[in-house]
Design a binder for this molecule. Sequence first.
Ligand code: N1C
Length: 277
Amino acid sequence: MEHGEFRGPEKRRRRRCLVLSVALFVALILIIIVAVVLGLTLRQGSNELKHIFLDRCQKFKDSNCEEIWDAFQQAYVNRDPCQVPMEAYDPLVSVASFKPSCNRMMFWSKTKDVVHDFTEKRDCFVTLEDTLLGSVLDGLTWCGKEGSNETLTTGCPGWTDCDNNPVRSFWNRISAAFADVACGDVTAMLNGSIITPFSPTSIFATIEVKRFTSTRVSNLNVVLVTQENAVTNCTNASLKNLQKELDKGIKYNCKEVSESQLEECSSHPEKPCGACW
Ligand code: N1C
């Protein structure tokens, strides 16, 4: 009887102990699973970026995409993501240099969608996004962190968080390289629906226009894209600043072209290039 009284609570204690151990074990397994899944998804971020990069790169024949990827990565890995200056991409620009397409180069500011709608339908102009370096990272975000060789695609500083962020410095550097090879007649599509189509903080104003040199570039043709209620025309004050900024010897010309005129022209690809304005 005494024995029985002792065995009851002991049994219960042992059972409670067993349940607790099983619960702890299950919790541990769950934590491991969550950690592995999280690790894989985070790693997926960099793999995903590399995958898109190489996939887009391989569309350009005879390109050493792995070498270009390595040069790209070394610009920002193991660095504070707010301390990546545009010069960090110099080695990248050296391994994937730009070939000039004289008279066909198209620059733009605040007109990204209109420009690409147009250039996709008409094989007349070459934008930066049509080149290898411009296309492989268009629309993507990336950064690194100190003490790691990883590429992150989340938690990276935004465009305005700090000046020397990997994405902004990339566009600055490759826009500079693209403008450096500009030659002949150069076209720029600017936005006629805003008050300052030549925005002093844009890449077009701060980098590209400053790099056009009269030894290579003969004309800058501005296409000011307007909508029904145009707020701006070619007499706009910011466009006066653009003319002042231009290297002496480069001729300047501006035309107001409505968006519907551009659309109409894209639907007639048989018309000669340049006949749209
Ligand atoms: O600052 P922006 O325009 O004047 O830059 C546009 C100018 C173009 O002429 C291009 O050659 O600079 C080049 N360029 C790109 O090609 C490009 N593709 C994608 C600059 N920026 C580019 N992006 C993204 O668009 C970039 O991440 C940044 O956020 C915008 C800049 O666009 P904007 O202010 O309209």
